[in-house]
Design a protein around this ligand. Sequence first.
Ligand code: SAM
Length: 245
Amino acid sequence: MKIDIVTLFPGIFAGPLQESILGRARAKGLVEIGVINLRDSAEGRHRVTDDYPFGGGGGMVLKPEPLFACVEALRRPGSRVILLDPQGRRFSQDVARELATVEHLILLCGRYEGVDERVREHLADDEISIGDYVLTGGELPALVVTDAVVRLLPGALGDEEAPGKDSFGAGLLEGPHYTRPEEFRGRRVPEALLSGDHARIARWRRAQALWRTWRRRPDLLETADLSPEEQKLIEEFKHGKKPEA
Ligand code: SAM
């Protein structure tokens, strides 16, 4: 997979792209990530990338010419051009899974008041928002999308940390985790996790995941793939029963 990130601020990416899972996935050759300075695609001595908005009003707008020139040089069959934009479709684990199957992502980071509307209409194939709030630029959203997508690529995580176990991976929130010590400030690790009984541990984890999802995100249960026993457990929660602590 290849991900090209088009930005006016390439320095933002240096740390996040070389650390941890993203850094390892790149080193293993699972993904190639390019950070492209939009200014290099601007013409003229001053390489201007933004201009005043027609009609007045404050702020600057990213000009279309450098963005079109940059994308046209990068694009190939199998590319998907994504504009990061608070007005785009909402990013989620499902969208991350969808993007992880695309051969080449081109992520366009807006700045200032945003990009010239013709970029949205005639250059981007897709627009993605990472949530209902406005950030200063598309760089952090591009990193969020890149991280969520790359960790789904086969081989990016160790077997023990398969993404299917994470929240949203199997349609539920994940249950709680504990590590040593067994007792901390008077609070003990749940007995089931110390039992060494793998079937009991699996049952405990599933019940905790269902409980958490039911308490925090009941909307997820509407589409989760639940067995008849799990549906019965949810009914019991509704009648006041709690899972084994
Ligand atoms: N004036 C725009 C509006 O009201 O819709 C907001 C522009 S914002 C200050 C500048 C850039 O940050 C956007 O062009 C976009 O690339 C990025 N951005 C800000 N918030 C975002 C979000 N929630 N999701 C994705 N990108 C975002």
